[in-house]
Design a protein around this ligand. Sequence first.
Ligand SMILES: CC(=O)N[C@H]1[C@@H](OP(=O)(O)OP(=O)(O)OC[C@H]2O[C@@H](n3ccc(=O)[nH]c3=O)[C@H](O)[C@@H]2O)O[C@H](CO)[C@H](O)[C@@H]1O
Ligand SMILES: [Mn+2]
Length: 312
Amino acid sequence: MFSGVLSLLVSMKMILRVSALFVFCLFVMPLCGFNCSRTDVVTLTPWLAPVVWEGTFNPDLLDSIYQQQDISVAATVFAVGKYIMFLKNFLETAEEYFFVGFKVHIYVFTDRPDEVPQVKMAPGRQLTVLPVPSSNRWQEISARRMELIQKLIEERLQGHGKYIFCLDVDSKFHGRWGTESLGGLVAVIHPAFFFFFKRSNFPYERRPQSRAYVAEEEGDFYYCGGAFGGSLEEVLLLAKTCRSNFEADAKEGIEAAWQEESHLNRYMWINKPSKVLSPEYLWQDFKSRNSEIHIIRFSGVVKNYAEIRPNA
Ligand SMILES: CC(=O)N[C@H]1[C@@H](OP(=O)(O)OP(=O)(O)OC[C@H]2O[C@@H](n3ccc(=O)[nH]c3=O)[C@H](O)[C@@H]2O)O[C@H](CO)[C@H](O)[C@@H]1O
Ligand SMILES: [Mn+2]
């Protein structure tokens, strides 16, 4: 008799436990984001920074957290020379996908201000055109971005808003790029060097004379120069450092293998990013999609270098 009651109690306890687990899985886990996991890709770096992939975050939850903080996001984009042709698509798709519902201020640097397209922007979003000189070397245009980003933050942005992203113009948004990407120092894994390359084959600057030097056994990921960001303070520090290292190299007659991208990679090796964005955040249209890529958020268009660069 006693053992019968005991076993009834035990099985009731079991039922209670199982139902509690069921309720937890069904209602609580989605709220906490516990259902947000991926086992097929790296989602945390060894220095404990999240690596953001589709399926690792709850967008609504994150948006509601950042709505309360009344954040604003600046974005820089350079459209010098013929690269102005990419600006319309970039701006139109940014309206559709980039921090929708948040305050966004896009800064367009160009030598062709008259050719900046008119794109209708939602309330709370604005665009400022800043003139820059043209150049007959694409390497210089690409690398000078660090100097101009530094000046923009120092002269116009400090005290305004919190975050900034610096993006290549020859690209389009195809999916949400939002609050999940926010962090102190944010880097994007280069899509070409994530899946099959060993670290020793990453195209870091390998000459020790350069201030962008990364030794064979060093480096974490290979990050792209076409998208990075973070807080104003962190990006200012990054831009200042990359600019002064680039200029000091130039004085000694050395240009890193991939210009400012090499300096950025050196910087990120020394100063680890606090958030890493997966290649979803800068894909390339010509690449076929790996199965780990569940969504493409931002992607470089196919372009004919010989046609659009001042020196190809
Ligand atoms: C996807 C990615 O990470 N791309 C990087 C890569 O090649 P990319 O082939 O993507 O470089 P790119 O030709 O797009 O040049 C970088 C950016 O500089 C600007 N630009 C360049 C040339 C020009 O005549 N006018 C102009 O406005 C424009 O914003 C362009 O998007 O390597 C470059 C450095 O060498 C940069 O680090 C790029 O960000
Ligand atoms: Mn590009």
